[in-house]
Design a protein around this ligand. Sequence first.
Ligand code: XMP
Length: 510
Amino acid sequence: MEKVLVVDYGAQYAQLIARRVRECHVYSEIVPHDKPVSELAAERPSGIILSGGPKSVYSPDAPAVDPELFDLDVPVLGICYGQQAMAQALGGDVARTGVAEFGKTDLDVGEPASTLFQELPVEQRVWMSHNDAVVRAPEGFRATASTPASPVAAFENKERGLYGVQFHPEVSHTPRGTDLLKNFLYDACDLLPAWTMTSIIDSAVDSIRALAGSERIVCALSGGVDSSVAAALVHRAVGRQLTCVFVDHGLLREGEADQVEETFRRHLEVDLIHVKAADRFLERLAGVTDPERKRRIIGETFIRVFEEVARDDLEDARFLVQGTLYPDVIESGTRDAARIKSHHNVGGLPADMKLTLIEPLRNLFKDEVRRVGEELGLPEEIVWRQPFPGPGLAVRIVGDVTGERLAILRSADAIVLEEVKRAGIAGDIWQSFAVLPAVRSVGVMGDERTYGYPIVLRAVTSEDAMTADWARLPYDLLEAISSRIVNEVPGVNRVAYDITSKPPGTIEWE
Ligand code: XMP
């Protein structure tokens, strides 16, 4: 498969560049900047993009670029730091011009017929973030655009296939940035927009078949997006060789277990083992109020249940499907490692099951996974599902998890989701859900005094769950949610809205 490598110089932009390239239907992967040129060459890329980075090229610990990179006969585009590193490696001059440019900047295209700027306006807005700038292009290069503080805001050497821009074409504040990337990909690299959902699915299907042969494959299905799409993809490849195990811990939201049955057993005709283990989980959780203990018990019980199924029904399985995504792959050891550890996610499987992993989504970003899911015919409710913790509603019940309290939370939560959807703002919200605290208070209903639970409504906007803000839900929506919950859910007499951002709050209550 033809691909473009994005060399990561340590700014937050490498992922964004890779995503933009993929939006242009060209496959791209991120590689660390210290990967030797010989290894880059061995991957036979059709193009290389050098990302921006936080360092000055003059700082002693700045990551250098090996000049041999430019002799591979592979087109290279340097962005920001990448452009400066390219200029420096090839004999141009980079200097601190004294005028830093941050934010929207007017670009003056001096050479509209140049490769990168063909068919783009000669004056355009671009987004800058730099102190240093290329002040003299290397020999053989032409400066093709400038800004007030960057005389060489873009350069190119068409014969050698080398290009650079000081600004960030990958960010949305550079409105024509994607067109510039397309010029690099389709013209300079001579690529075709061939990486499509169909081609992704076809090549995943081929490699799963080649790997698994006629062996049995198992997948632990949670009902979440990643495991659902991974299962559907593997099923497309090997049909009934795949067995999905759905451990229903009884902590799912209303209708979710039915949805899994409906989608996988009835619609996709997947061989599904649905283990209804709610009673067992509830028994183990009885009287437990400490949140970390709850998580541990759920994780352990999950493994026990899975072990039993494995022993009784899956002896011959050789492969295990896992819904690992690309961000987990590139960030493992850093941010995500910390996140996963603190959550003791359900889905950890018995270590003594000697299974080889199949990770059909490990090259994909979340939005790509969702599109694959749609293409495979999974329903919207699964593909566009909000993030949901592995330990389920147990982390949204403060205090005792009992059948009765679960029923209260589940009904209230269903109302929240229904009303948010009805208001047409589900797409703007990262998560919206109900929480059941462990206090009760006095209310009055009709002529009667009540003594019931409050429901806490939590709705947040977020990019990645690392930080979040409480959603400014319209009053009408708050009103509808509150009155429906109090009227329809027995045992609840108040609704409160959590207006805490993260930090200092977390998204979940536990
Ligand atoms: P917090 O509460 O830490 O949550 O702000 C951040 C994000 O992680 C989700 N979350 C989990 N996801 N397993 C998961 O897969 C878990 O155990 C878990 N706990 C929290 C949470 O819903 C939010 O999106």
